[in-house]
Design a protein around this ligand. Structure first.
Ligand SMILES: Nc1ncnc2c1ncn2[C@@H]1O[C@H](COP(=O)(O)OP(=O)(O)O)[C@@H](O)[C@H]1O
Ligand SMILES: [Mg+2]
Length: 424
């Protein structure tokens, strides 16, 4: 960053009780492209500086009313004007007043009669210095924010990977017992069919059993047992299928894949995220079930970090659910029944890119919110509810890890749509 390259412009306030003294300098500054304002007393200068803070002040020392030193003291005392560089213009050539000027926080002084070129050069230098200081301060603030954000993200991704490992471990542990229940159920089903068949044969050949058997048949309500047992087995099988689906989804969802990319069907990922969120999509005290509408297109497998993409899908859907819950708090339930809350997921291939749209028909967001949602730590949710990390992480995963893009479309009162584009 070279000083010479910086374009210097700005507003310069010249303070002197005899402004005609300054015609030359004022004209020269205007010619150089500066805006020039004039004040004829310390009091006026203070007022003007408060109202419209200039970028630099040229301040006369000897003035009726409050003198330049006092004016400078007051400028430095007000937060609004404290940082404005002040250059004293002094006829006094004694060392004391120069020292006093610098002690008061002035950046420089020029002595009368003026050397025009010298004054211009000093004004320019101090404006450049101020500009650089401001830029530096901004950069420091930005770097600090970035550092904080990356720390937060590190903590978050560590949590996610610990959670992922835990979930994968649980899914693995569930698999064994589920496997042998499944195997046994298959055999039990066959055995039960055989037994029932055997009893049927008995009943055909011995329609009039001895009283003891007859009593037992009645006491166990055999007729009912005979018809219900197959249903029971069927429902055990479907329960088992669900456990297997959940365990598979947990494993898909938590794929620990930080090292290398793998070919992945995004539909499996979206489905696994939906399954994980199932309990939140269900009807609750304040709203009916949230509907999921899938319009999956024909899309190829993509090379990606599956676990990370799943997190993106989940973060986006969690936000929609949060919003739907918030919306339900202020909507009569008839309204929600008439116009159900929906999350619509579209996937398609376009221009050799995979498009994934996740849309809700909820509250939408205003322009200011929309502009900030991908920022780290930006949240509109209460303490303990939002972290402001969900979309920032989603953006990072999509853009930085997968060279894709993520965009948002939102209309207040109509809903929000996230569009993720991934290269094939
Ligand atoms: N589907 C949506 N509808 C309305 N607002 C949303 C939606 N998704 C995200 N937002 C807004 O974006 C903000 C940031 O989201 P996010 O980064 O996930 O952080 P958090 O969920 O912790 O607030 C949310 O606080 C919310 O204001
Ligand atoms: Mg969120």
């Amino acid at each position: 960053m070279s000083m010479a390259a910086t374009v210097v412009t700005g507003l310069i306030l010249i303070v002197d009780d005899i402004p005609s003294n300054l015609d030359v300098i004022s004209d020269a500054l205007s010619d150089m492209g500066f805006d020039v304002a004039i004040a004829t007393s310390g009091e006026r200068a203070l007022q003007q500086a408060e109202r419209k803070p200039p970028d630099l002040i040229l301040l006369d020392v000897m003035m009726p009313g409050i003198d330049g030193f006092e004016t400078c003291r007051r400028l430095k005392a007000s937060p609004r004007t404290a940082d404005i560089p002040v250059i004293f213009m002094t006829a006094l050539s004694d060392l004391n007043s120069k020292v006093q000027a610098l002690d008061l926080g002035a950046v420089d002084y020029v002595t009368k009669p003026f050397q025009e070129q010298e004054v211009l050069a000093r004004v320019k230098t101090h404006l450049q210095l101020r500009h650089l200081t401001q830029t530096l301060e901004q950069q420091v603030a930005q770097k600090t924010a970035e550092l904080q954000a990356s720390q937060m993200q590190l903590i978050q991704s560590e949590k996610m990977s610990a959670l992922g490992q835990l979930v994968a471990g649980v899914a693995h542990e569930i698999n064994n017992p589920v496997g042998f229940i499944g195997g046994n159920l298959f055999h039990a089903d066959g055995f039960i069919k055989d037994l029932i068949n055997l009893i049927d044969i008995y009943q055909t050949h011995y329609p009039e059993p001895v009283p003891e058997v007859q009593e037992e048949l009645e006491s166990i309500d055999f007729a009912y047992l005979r018809t219900d047992l197959p249903n029971l087995v069927r429902s055990m099988k479907s329960g088992l299928d669900r456990i297997q689906d959940i365990s598979k989804s947990l494993r898909i969802f938590s794929r620990s894949d930080s090292i290398s990319k793998a070919a992945f069907n995004v539909h499996d990922g979206i489905d696994s995220a939906i399954l994980i969120l199932k309990y939140r999509l269900k009807a609750n005290d304040i709203r009916p079930e949230i509907q999921i509408i899938k319009n999956y297109g024909e899309v190829p497998l993509i090379e990606c970090f599956p676990g990370q993409l799943n997190q993106v899908f989940m973060n986006i859907m969690v936000n929609a659910i949060d919003m739907f819950d918030e919306m339900a708090e202020s909507s009569p339930s008839e309204d929600l029944e008439a116009n159900p809350q929906k999350i619509t997921i579209d996937t398609r291939l376009e221009n050799n890119q995979l498009h994934i749209c996740i849309a809700d028909n909820g509250l939408g967001m205003d322009m200011e919110t929309k502009a900030r949602i991908f920022n780290y730590l930006f949240t509109t949710k209460g303490v303990g509810k939002g972290t402001g990390l969900g979309l920032a992480i989603a953006r990072q995963i999509v853009v930085e890890k997968h060279s894709g893009s993520i965009e948002v479309d939102s209309i207040i009162g109509a809903g929000t749509k996230f569009i993720i584009t991934l290269p094939i």
